[in-house]
Design a protein around this ligand. Structure first.
Ligand code: MN
Length: 301
């Protein structure tokens, strides 16, 4: 039995990221318990008031990429927040290590590290795309996989940065008008995405060619949304921009609707032809988009 507490584990992992690969089952349970305790106090629409943001798209088990991203955040004292915009697990080979490292960072800096839920942080998806198999191969008791998914169900769906006036979400916005206050009233712990609005936050995609919306090829209850849906949502909530993830563009990012929506993707391991990107966004919405390897060149202050 390990009796290390969550803070000691967090410190050890952040001193040597590869320690995240070596955790025992009991250590993982300790981290999950601490994360669930922290999430209990958080609303589904998280809010931060000020500060610069490092926005990180889908990681999908790419531990090497995640290590680069987190080392940038830890070294650069001028980056106030890091926001993981969902889809940490599945597809790549090291989902467990990625979660261990992100959980360690949250435990060390809960006010500055934000993990939003992606459509792969859903049991009906991660039972099929790698995460369930990885947890099984790890040899843990069966309930560890369920414990992970209970924690995923408690993650915030969205985050609003009040100074930037940016809305962060994994997929997109729902096709029906939605006030920020309504998001906090959605059910917490919806493990299987029974709620149609929650499902749309995690699954919807922007599409430049349409004004309103159309059904998505991704499946039932999922939509592509157009310019008028975006403008209406931003106006009714006094916001200027949406930053999301969810789609693997070859450049690792794409702007939509005259830069009202930015999409970022931050995983390469599973994706042969994709260049990962992260976005550094200051309080005035000045945005620098770069590959984690190009950080030194991209950040000239
Ligand atoms: Mn996704």
């Amino acid at each position: 039995m390990s009796n290390k507490n969550a803070e000691i584990l967090s410190t050890k992992i952040l001193k040597n990221y590869d320690y995240a690969i070596k955790l025992k089952e009991d250590d993982i349970r300790t981290l999950i318990a601490k994360i669930r305790y922290l999430l209990k106090k958080q609303p589904l629409c998280k809010r931060i008031k000020t500060g610069s943001v490092l926005a990180v798209g889908d990681i999908h088990g790419d531990f090497n990429m995640l290590k680069k991203v987190i080392s940038i955040f830890q070294k650069d004292r001028q980056i106030d927040h890091i926001i993981f915009i969902g889809d940490v697990v599945d597809r790549g080979s090291q989902s467990i290590a990625c979660l261990n490292l992100i959980f360690a960072l949250i435990i060390a800096q809960p006010e500055n590290v934000h993990l939003l839920r992606g459509n792969h942080e859903v049991i009906t998806v991660n039972s099929r795309y790698g995460f369930a198999d990885e947890v099984q191969a790890f040899g843990a008791d069966e309930d560890l996989y369920l414990l992970y998914n209970y924690a995923f169900g408690e993650l915030p769906l969205t985050l609003v940065h009040e100074k930037q006036k940016i809305f962060y979400v994994h997929g997109g916005i729902p096709i029906k008008p939605c006030l920020l206050e309504d998001i906090d009233k959605l059910p917490k712990g919806d493990m299987q995405l029974n709620n149609e609005t929650i499902k749309q936050f995690l699954w919807n995609d922007p599409k430049n060619e349409i004004l309103q919306y159309e059904h998505s090829l991704r499946g039932a209850g999922i939509f592509n949304f157009g310019l008028e849906i975006v403008e209406n949502f931003l106006q009714m909530n006094n916001l200027e921009m949406i930053v999301r993830a969810h789609e693997a563009f070859s450049d690792g990012y794409k702007y939509f609707f005259d830069k009202k929506v930015l999409s970022v993707f931050t995983s390469e391991e599973y994706y042969e032809y994709i260049q990962a990107k992260i976005a550094l966004i200051d309080e005035k919405r000045v945005i620098k988009i770069f590959h984690p390897n190009d950080y030194e060149n991209a950040i000239i202050r």
